[in-house]
Design a protein around this ligand. Structure first.
Ligand code: MLC
Ligand code: AMP
Length: 496
């Protein structure tokens, strides 16, 4: 369901087949990029790509053109699909032409009436295809399915290539562990260019034959839907739960009561993509009666660790490995550490991605002895519950659940003529988890440049969440004897 109405599975399948046929210019294995807001059309295009045998490359609707062009240059799609209502679309059309790819736009929304839902196009369910003989051939497990761009310790994002087999492993594990059924209805307010929104929320719902309701995401409308009595599952990032707590605290008593009573009826509420502050977990429990189920995952591995659906959900811990997932803590040489000791989290299993697109060296470096190196530090406590203790690299920042490479942001701002040098860090923040901040050295004569101008310049080039919130001028960056910028010192300068 989205703002255009309810769509049953047969209609969705019919629309996916329509897209498969419109994508005739693409060969199996081609990348097909699509810039479509979360909703029914997005889902239909994604399945149409898979029915054509293509690799789905979701583009982020919040990204300015240079970010989109970066993905196009890296993924080299043969077809690009865009919603004509989006402001980037005309520019994307021009950019597509220059890259010799085919460009398709969505037709205007087909209808806005409401129809009852029927069973899904999943092999376990018996849905007849709408046009006999046109049903998609199921993909092979090793076929690549999805290319998701994710930031890392390198300056620019890398495309993580996930196969249909990886996706199936991720989805079957989660739907079983979290008890999904066809009677579920998820309120989906997450972006669809990252796995939290694509796999955990959307794909698990569709796999189960459940209802997926796309909502706008503003705190009051989210509360109203959670309290409606219709929603059974909700999942989001800690920033959203923090905002929902604030909205509840600012609401009149009658509204609070209605929201609390209604939300108590959901069967499952999940938090992930960043550390859930314990005070938010506790406040949420007071407000709704729910202990949020916190889990841990990553674009490259899907979900690896999860507190249980039934059993103890331990505050500050992300639970034991999910069924089918192996996880361990190792020291600097890759040797497993003793129980309780800190080290890097490594993960292995059929859900782990295949490769970074076009980057064999970086793919090889991401694995050690067949284990994926997450770059996160953790330890294992009582009952095999993992605790996340931070990241190995100070240059990776998690803000609002989005991963940002400080190096990428620095590189972008170094191109500004007024910026002689710049250092970017994430500082702890009650709403964003971490907030991006920067110190910069102005070029001679540019000392008067306002931070607002730098932000506007950054927003024209970078995803909105990559633009630092605060810029402070300094005469020079703190460096060690080797000339390397001391990021910890920068963070210390920017904490207040
Ligand atoms: C938006 N802004 C951000 C931001 N998101 N700034 C810093 N960090 C972010 N994450 C900017 C906007 O551009 C805007 O700038 C200002 O903040 C306020 O905008 P908003 O409308 O209040 O923010 P909003 O658009 O509502 O975004 C907040 C949010 C969003 C929390 C809903 O960040 C979000 O959807 N996060 C989820 C990301 C996600 O799905 N991650 C999963 C990755 S997969 P200005 O200048 O206009 O004020 C993964 C694996 C796993 O991590 O384990 O799940
Ligand atoms: P991404 O690369 O965007 O997929 O983000 C994955 C990263 O998010 C992980 O490597 C962790 O650093 C972080 N993360 C995800 N879930 C949690 C969690 N529950 N607690 C702490 N960090 C998390």
């Amino acid at each position: 369901m989205d703002e255009s109405g309810h769509w049953n599975y047969a209609e969705l399948l019919s629309e996916a087949i329509h897209w498969r046929d419109r994508l005739a210019a693409a060969e199996p294995g081609d990348r097909i990029a699509y810039l479509v807001p979360p909703g029914r059309a997005h889902v239909a295009v994604q399945f149409g790509i898979w029915a054509r045998g293509g690799i789905a490359v979701p583009l982020a609707v919040s990204h300015p053109l240079p970010e989109l062009e970066y993905v196009l240059d890296d993924a080299r799609p043969s077809v690009i699909v865009a919603d004509p209502a989006l402001p980037q679309t005309p520019h994307l059309a021009a950019a597509t032409g220059a890259r010799a790819a085919a460009f398709l736009t969505l037709p205007p929304s087909r209808r806005t009436t409401t129809v009852p839902t029927t069973p899904p196009p999943h092999p376990h369910h018996t849905t007849s295809p709408p046009h006999p003989g046109t049903a998609p051939t199921p993909p092979h497990h090793t076929d690549p399915a999805l290319l998701i761009y994710t930031s890392g310790t390198t300056a620019r994002p890398k495309g993580a290539l996930v196969t249909h087999g990886n996706l199936t492993a991720q989805i079957t594990t989660l739907t079983t562990a979290w008890g999904w059924t066809a009677s579920d209805r998820i309120l989906h307010t997450l972006p669809l260019h990252h796995i939290h929104g694509v796999v955990n929320a959307l794909a698990c719902a569709l796999w189960s034959g459940a209802t997926c309701e796309f909502g706008p995401g503003a705190p009051t409308s989210t509360w109203d839907r959670l309290a409606s009595g219709e929603i059974t599952v909700f999942m989001s990032v800690p920033t959203v739960y923090t905002r929902l707590v604030r909205a509840w605290e600012h609401a009149p008593a009658r509204t609070r009561n209605r929201w609390s009573r209604g939300a108590a009826d959901l069967r499952l509420m999940v938090s992930g993509s960043a550390a859930l502050p314990i005070d938010i977990l506790e406040r949420w429990r007071e407000i709704t009666g729910h202990t949020l189920l916190e889990r841990y995952g990553m674009t490259e591995i899907g979900m690896a660790l999860s507190n249980p659906l039934s059993g103890e959900r331990r505050a500050g811990y992300v639970g034991p490995p999910l069924p089918g997932v192996e996880a361990r803590i190792v020291d600097g040489e890759g040797r497993p550490v003793a129980r309780g000791e800190q080290g890097e989290i490594e993960v292995r299993g059929p859900q782990v991605f295949r490769e970074y697109w076009g980057r064999p060296g970086e793919t090889a470096a991401a694995f050690r002895d067949g284990w994926f190196r997450t770059g996160d530090e953790g330890c294992v406590g009582e009952g095999g519950y993992f605790r996340i203790l931070g990241r190995r690299s100070i240059d990776i920042v998690k803000t609002g659940g989005y991963k940002v490479s400080a190096l990428e942001v620095e590189e972008a701002f170094r191109a500004h003529p007024a910026v002689d040098d710049v250092a970017v860090v994430g500082v702890p923040h009650s709403e964003w988890g971490e907030q991006l901040r920067a110190v910069w050295v102005p070029s001679t004569g540019c000392e008067g440049l306002e931070a607002a101008e730098l932000r506007a310049w950054g927003k024209a080039r970078l995803a909105p969440y990559k633009v630092p919130r605060l810029f402070r001028t300094v005469p020079e960056l703190p460096r060690n004897a080797m000339g390397k910028v001391q990021k910890a010192a920068v963070r210390h300068m920017l904490v207040r």
